[in-house]
Design a protein around this ligand. Structure first.
Ligand code: ACO
Length: 317
């Protein structure tokens, strides 16, 4: 026994900034950003909290599923950084939607939605839960250095959520981690301990863009082939791939290596940028609400990110 996805939701801040808008803040251009990344605009918070976005996405997913908040048995939130170090973001969502079940966070950076699906699968396998809310929420605009044009233009803010119930929708899952902060990291904001007078690193995202690119393309191809093999399926069985939305060039390189037609690999990076773990559930919600998925469709999810982590899974819709 594992789970079936029965509802989806997503939310983003009201303010959308185009590449041209950013070119008034720094030396960049729509041409540079869009040709290298596929991004045309991204949503950025001008006051919305992460909790507001996560609660809105969760409410929509619960409504879509027809499950009242008081029938949830567990809430998992994937995020790089909640509104507080403690309480967890999942606890803030629990209060916001009026639920009373256990709630905790998972941090696996951009792979967080898939890591959380795997955690949830364990609860279903142990018969501990009937309904689970999984929400991925990220506010990348507060974590990038707006003076570093090579990274700040890549990211956006948002939240995506799914409601899971008992079922047999998860066909296979793979998670990987290769620990280290060299390629991609965000240092912590430090306290003011008088006992440790070292100079803290600036708390902004640092990335070796070329290194992450190579890791991402290699992981996407390898992980997708591995989870399909584990599910006894082939690329020909795949209805849609929902890849992490880091860069359209990464998605295209992975797609070509796998030999998949463009219409079977979904993307919304042009409007959202990279929202870390919120990318895949937001893409799933937008595709679901557009009526793209049919019952029985084979969906392959693939993500990669800081850690370095990667993950893929096969779902039957
Ligand atoms: N506007 C204009 N010029 C810029 C900008 C910008 N926003 N940013 C960098 N440049 C300049 C650089 O300064 C450099 O100039 P120089 O040649 O005079 O030194 C030039 O453009 C080329 O810079 P590169 O870093 O080599 O650019 P590249 O073509 O590799 O593209 C990018 C950079 C898009 C980040 C690419 O490395 C990439 O896609 N990496 C993958 C990583 C990724 O997408 N990560 C997402 C987050 S991580 C995650 O989600 C897992």
């Amino acid at each position: 026994m594992n789970f079936q996805i029965i509802g989806t939701g997503s939310a983003h801040p009201a303010c959308s900034k185009t590449n041209d808008d950013l070119s008034h803040l720094m030396e960049t251009s729509d041409e540079w950003i869009s040709t290298r990344t596929g991004i045309r605009s991204r949503y950025v918070s001008t006051g919305e909290t992460l909790t507001e976005l996560a609660v809105e996405a969760s409410r929509k997913a619960l409504e879509n599923a027809g499950v009242p908040a008081d029938e949830l048995d567990l809430i998992i939130c994937s995020t790089i950084r909640g509104d507080y170090i403690t309480p967890s973001e999942a606890c803030m969502v629990q209060r916001g939607i009026g639920a009373s079940c256990p709630a905790f966070d998972v941090n696996a950076a951009c792979s967080g939605f898939l890591y959380s699906l795997d955690v949830a699968a364990g609860y279903f396998a142990r018969g501990r839960v009937k309904n689970v809310l999984l929400v991925s929420a990220e506010m990348m605009s507060k974590l990038v250095n707006w003076k570093d044009r090579a990274t700040c233009v890549l990211f956006g803010d948002g939240a995506g959520a799914v409601v899971l119930t008992q079922g047999e929708g998860l066909l296979s899952m793979k998670l990987t981690a290769q620990g280290g902060a060299e390629m991609l990291s965000i240092p912590h904001v430090e306290g003011n301990s008088p006992f440790c007078p070292t100079e803290p690193a600036p708390p902004y995202l640092l990335m070796d863009g070329h290194g992450v690119y190579r890791f991402a393309v290699a992981s996407m191809e390898r992980d997708i082939l591995d989870v399909l093999a584990e599910a006894n399926l082939t690329l020909g069985d795949v209805s849609y791939v929902l890849p992490h939305q880091a860069n359209l060039r990464i998605i295209e390189a992975g797609r070509k290596k796998l030999g998949l037609p463009p219409e079977r690999v979904l993307s919304n990076i042009n409007r959202h940028g990279n929202m870390s773990s919120a990318c895949i559930p937001t893409l799933m919600d937008e595709s679901n609400r557009a009526g793209l998925f049919r019952r029985g469709d084979i969906l392959v999810l693939s993500a990669f990110g800081s850690g370095l982590t990667s993950a893929a899974c096969v779902l039957r819709w």
